[in-house]
Structures are given as structure tokens and as C-alpha cells.
Write a protein that binds this ligand. Sequence first.
Ligand code: FES
Length: 214
Amino acid sequence: MRVNVDGTEIEVPEGTTLLEAARAAGRQIPTLCFDERLKPFGSCRVCLVGVEGRERPVASCTTHCADGMRIDTQDATARRVAGAIVELLLSELPDPPEPGTELAEVAAGLGVTTTRFDGERHARDHDTRHPYLAFRHELCISCGRCVRACDEIQGAFALTATGRGFEANVTAGLDSGFLQSDCVSCGACADTCPTGAIIETSLLPAASPAEDRA
Ligand code: FES
């Protein structure tokens, strides 16, 4: 089938998502819950794009192309909503996203340098009991990538999404930490985490012991 991405006509096979079509056309769309190694999840809505004839922007990572579709990756409403979503995420973090993380890159790409939302921020809560993997819970944006990586890449099922809204987070095992869970130390969770919430212990900046779980 043929689709048009920002004025460029391309041929894509059946089942292609709008995100895949945009990338095939050389266009960049910000993503947060998407990892091409994992099944699309469609939770963050940062990958919104405009589609001719659709009243609202759609999530490009979970929407499939239809023949003749015209996709606008620069749709003003999509960019504005995506920026507001990232601002909301930043408003819950104790600090600006760490340089080099996907969240920092997505924020910069959307022109988000600060947040206009002044809400409750997560307190630092570090689980450093595992010898190789640390969990900085306050940096979790509940994108679900670590849980899916653990399930789909490793088949370990060691991580679980917990809570809702501001309380949403991820726990290892029965909240006993990586050490007591079924974690096999493969590092897939840390590799996919877009914020550095799960990180190899060797990469962890020096922390105050008061921030760490006993
Ligand atoms: Fe598409 Fe998150 S990247 S909804």
C-alpha cells in the first residue's frame, strides 16, 4: 500500500504502523513507551501524529497504515499534546531528566526545557540491594518497558507494574527488590529504561545512604 508522510509518498507492507512508515520516510517521531524490541504498548501518547480526515491525533506506534493515508508528523495539536505530556512527567520527577537519557532527548526534541505544572514530586527512593542493578523508583514514569523487557526478552517475569496515577511504579518480586525476585541479572530492564530509573549499579552516581532501602 502507499502512504504519504509529510508530503513524501512511500510504499509500505500491510501491518506497518504509522511510526514505522514515518521512520521509513526518514522522519523522526518522539517515543517513550516504545522499544522496537518489544510489542507496542501505546501508553505514553508522546508519539502522536496527525492523520488527514481524523479529528484527533493518533498514537503512531500502535496505529496501522491504510492505503492512501496521509500522515503529518508535525501536526500542531499532536506536538502540543506530546509536549504537555512530557511536561507532566517532568513535573513529578525530583530533578530534571539526566542528560543522555531518552526522556531528556525526547524533552529536548519537543522543546520542553521546564514544566509549567507545579505538582507533587516523587521523593528519592533507591533500592541498591542487588549487586548489579539499582532501582531509583522516583525516576519511574511507568512506561512499562522494563516489565515488558523482563517478560518478552528474558521470560523472567520478575517485574510488576504497581499503583495508579501518581502512585504508579514498578516493583521487583513481592516488593522484596531484585535480589529476592526471579531476576536473572540480564540487564534488559536497565537497557530499555528511558529515564535511568533502573540502572547498572556501576553507573549509579554516589548516593546518600539515607536514600537507599535497607
Ligand atoms: Fe507510542 Fe508511547 S511511544 S504511545
